[in-house]
Design a protein around this ligand. Structure first.
Ligand SMILES: [Mn+2]
Length: 276
């Protein structure tokens, strides 16, 4: 990225489900994104590290992962409040709630007042698992099925030579009724929780499905993931929320602010990012 490249400025940025430690994690893409933004608050909303997978399989720590943590500390030094809400795959870090490491504070959940006065609650979302898939075997089957799909996706990328991460999983989530119903149940549980907690906005991750929608005056936002996609939830200076995809199309039918900035300033650079 050229030194003259303009930063995209946001009030708040939420990212979730990076799953570092798995072969599907994309620390290089996240690093590009974090180097391109300036924000007052950055929230790492769970499953930053996939400790479950790291315990089960051989894993490697790449220079990109180290550089990612260096970039997080650079953001802290630049004055960004960086908050970490552990998820279910890195739940061991919930033991450190209330503490801080290198200026990064650890939380069970976060309450924010948006620039337009709305109250927002940020949590990972595994809190709703028992509600939407009550039986433990059903949840294990879901996790196993998801891991198989990611493996098939990886195989497709190797054989096809393309870089469309998560294309198979995304296709299933948007076309298979059972998968669509699971997403709908999660969103309904989150909205119900928002109403119980008396907040205007609920922000989750966990299901790897970026979305932003209103239901009876309550906003549901999901920042997506960095496995199937490269997504973030951003709050603009006026309190407006957007779900953006780094180097790709925005959720809904809008170009991302990042993609617009790239297109305006350096077309070649934009092509490079969109190709991954
Ligand atoms: Mn999760």
């Amino acid at each position: 990225m050229p030194a003259s490249h303009p930063f995209s400025r946001y009030r708040t940025v939420v990212i979730s489900d990076v799953h570092l430690g798995t072969p599907d994690a994309r620390p290089d893409r996240l690093l590009e994104f974090l180097a391109s933004i300036q924000c007052e608050t950055l929230i790492l909303n769970g499953d930053l590290l996939d400790v479950w997978q790291m315990q089960r399989r051989r894993w490697r720590w790449s220079p990109a992962k180290s550089e990612l943590f260096c970039q997080l500390t650079r953001l802290v030094e630049a004055g960004t409040r960086v908050a970490y809400v552990p998820g279910n795959h890195d739940e061991c870090f919930r033991a450190f709630i209330g503490q801080a490491f290198a200026g990064i504070t650890v939380h069970q959940e976060l309450r924010l007042t948006l620039a337009d006065g709305r109250q927002a609650l940020v949590l990972h979302g595994d809190e709703f698992d028992a509600q939407i898939a009550p039986s433990l075997p059903a949840r294990w089957l879901g996790d196993f099925g998801y891991a198989c799909l990611l493996r098939l996706d990886r195989l497709g990328r190797c054989l096809g030579g393309h870089d469309r991460h998560g294309a198979l999983v995304r296709a299933i989530k948007t076309r298979v009724p059972g998968a669509m119903a699971h997403v709908a149940r999660f969103e309904a549980a989150a909205l119900e929780h928002a109403r119980c907690e008396g907040v205007d906005v609920i922000v989750c991750g966990h299901i790897h499905h970026a979305n932003l929608r209103e239901s009876d005056g309550v906003t549901y936002a999901n920042s997506g993931d960095w496995v199937e996609g490269c997504g973030a939830l951003v709050e603009h200076a006026d309190g407006t929320l957007d779900v953006i995809e780094w180097g790709g199309p925005c959720v809904g039918d809008r170009r991302t602010p990042v993609a617009d900035a790239l297109a305006e300033t350096d077309a070649d650079e934009a092509v490079a990012f969109s190709q991954g």
